[in-house]
Design a protein around this ligand. Structure first.
Ligand code: NDP
Length: 307
């Protein structure tokens, strides 16, 4: 194939729309979460062109329909291994099938990080969530806790405070990583209680969240917070593991691209969206870089005389 697109969020689909219209006959493998992170959100109000807002999953169906309309071959399956040592590049799908491609557009996105507690996994979707904006609504008028101290945690804590009766913010150090402006917003919200130097020991509840046991890591004191929702906001991890050793990355695994382009260190391999962006992480910026990747791929194919 001429153009392989890995991943099906806004970056992947936008790349597909441009590549298909440029007659590059793109093949897309959707990955483990077809549609990407937007499929686990609800209302999207900041994507231009939807003056009344739209639903994340619906928006991704629209992206898909538009990519297919121009002939993108959208397939189930995830990339499990790559070999960029020679052209055409080889990509293993679902650990058992190898495809080759002249150009590869990587749009594998990022995933939320978790604390790694057994109770967190067991109650995921039953009161445990990594997306306050998606799930805060279910806890209206209730008490909840959120762990994390970066800008995301601060933003989500203030968001939750508008819906919920009380928000406990669990911070593992004696200071926050969030910007000063965000910290002030948190500190000035009366129904947010910040628990400094505090670790989460266990999320309590058999079927749904009933509380959380926390421990002060300075004094050793433990206590239980009565909450029905537990939000995790401790950062994201780029889905770039299979490219390690092939592509240049920063120390947290975000793929490095040549500034102002989608070019990785391997010619003909491009990266777009959250897998290469730890700063903006928006649907619209992902779509923008997806467009760049398709245009960069088109120019690359032309430079190689591949038509
Ligand atoms: P960050 O990596 O900035 O912050 C993660 C936070 O989670 C840190 O406070 C960290 O604590 C804490 N943490 C990590 N692991 C654990 C753990 N196991 N237990 C408890 N706490 C833990 O991630 P964000 O998602 O907040 O932000 C990512 C990037 O996006 C940042 O650059 C941020 O500025 C940006 N952003 C900007 C926004 C805006 O400008 N409006 C909104 C949202 C994000 P510690 O500090 O101790 O390491």
């Amino acid at each position: 194939m001429k153009c392989l697109i890995i991943g099906s969020g806004p970056a992947g689909y936008t790349a597909a729309i441009y590549a298909a219209r440029a007659d590059m006959k793109p093949v897309m493998y959707q990955g483990l979460q077809p549609g990407g992170q937007l499929t686990i959100t609800t209302e999207v109000e900041n994507y231009p062109g939807y003056p009344k807002g739209t639903q994340g999953p619906e928006m991704m169906e629209d992206f898909k329909a538009q990519a297919e309309r121009f002939g993108t071959d959208v397939r189930f399956g995830y990339a499990s291994e790559v070999d960029f040592s020679k052209k055409p590049y080889r990509v293993v799908i679902d650990e058992n099938k190898t495809v080759t491609a002249d150009t590869v557009i990587i749009a594998t996105g990022a995933s939320a990080k978790w604390l790694g507690l057994e109770s967190e996994q067991r109650l995921n979707g039953y009161g445990v969530s990594a997306c306050a904006v998606c799930d805060g609504f279910f806890f209206r008028g209730q008490d909840v806790a959120i762990v994390g101290a970066g800008d995301t945690a601060a933003e989500e804590a203030t968001y939750l405070a508008k819906l919920c009766k009380k928000v406990y913010m669990i911070v593992r150090r004696d200071e926050m990583r969030a910007s000063k402006a965000m910290q002030h917003r948190v500190e000035n919200t009366p129904n947010i209680e910040i628990l400094w130097n505090t670790d989460t020991q266990e999320i309590l509840g058999s079927k749904t969240v009933e509380g959380v046991r926390v421990k002060n890591n300075q004094t050793g004191e433990e206590k239980e917070l009565k909450v029905t929702g537990f939000f995790v906001a401790i950062g994201h991890k780029p889905n770039s593991d299979i490219f390690k050793g092939w592509l240049d990355m920063d120390d947290t695994g975000y793929i490095k691209v040549k500034p102002g382009t989608s070019k990785t260190n391997v010619e003909g391999v491009f990266a777009a969206g959250d897998v290469a962006d730890k700063i903006y992480r928006q649907a619209v910026t992902a779509a923008g870089t997806g467009c760049m990747a398709a245009l960069d791929a088109e120019r690359y194919l032309a430079s190689q005389g591949i038509h």
